[in-house]
Design a protein around this ligand. Structure first.
Ligand code: AMP
Ligand code: ZN
Length: 114
């Protein structure tokens, strides 16, 4: 946990969020500025600054992907398709320094991203 991290505050219930999924190690909530009809942020409860901070041998990334699959099914975008995105670092577009994945779906997404 990091005292002033906004995603840690969401996990602690100090900031509001619209919960989509929660288990022992992962929390998922609706993005406050959605870029698609379905836009969910999936985060580990343990604070990592970015994906680079995850230790070798951790299963958290694998578990996040499993959770993403479940959310895609639950929100009915599994059949139509969806995108799971991790932004890492400044040039990668990461604005919140707590590891997170974006699950985007519900419309036809373009490639390449900007
Ligand atoms: P990134 O730019 O990859 O770091 O993504 C951070 C995401 O967190 C952005 O899509 C924001 O809209 C989202 N976000 C920031 N603050 C909140 C919040 N309080 N509740 C929900 N989503 C948030
Ligand atoms: Zn954090």
């Amino acid at each position: 946990m990091s005292d002033d991290c906004i995603f840690c505050k969401i996990i602690r219930g100090e900031l509001p969020s619209k919960k989509v999924h929660e288990d022992d190690t992962v929390y998922a909530f609706e993005d406050i500025n959605p870029q698609a009809p379905v836009h969910v942020v999936i985060i580990p409860k343990e604070h990592y600054d970015s994906v680079l901070s995850v230790p070798a041998g951790s299963d958290i990334i694998s578990h996040i992907h499993t959770v993403a699959n479940r959310i895609a099914l639950k929100l009915d975008v599994a059949d139509s398709g969806f995108r799971l995105v991790n932004n890492c670092g400044a040039d990668g577009g990461q604005t919140v320094p707590h590891l997170h994945y974006h699950l985007l779906g519900g419309r036809s997404l373009q490639w390449p991203p900007g």
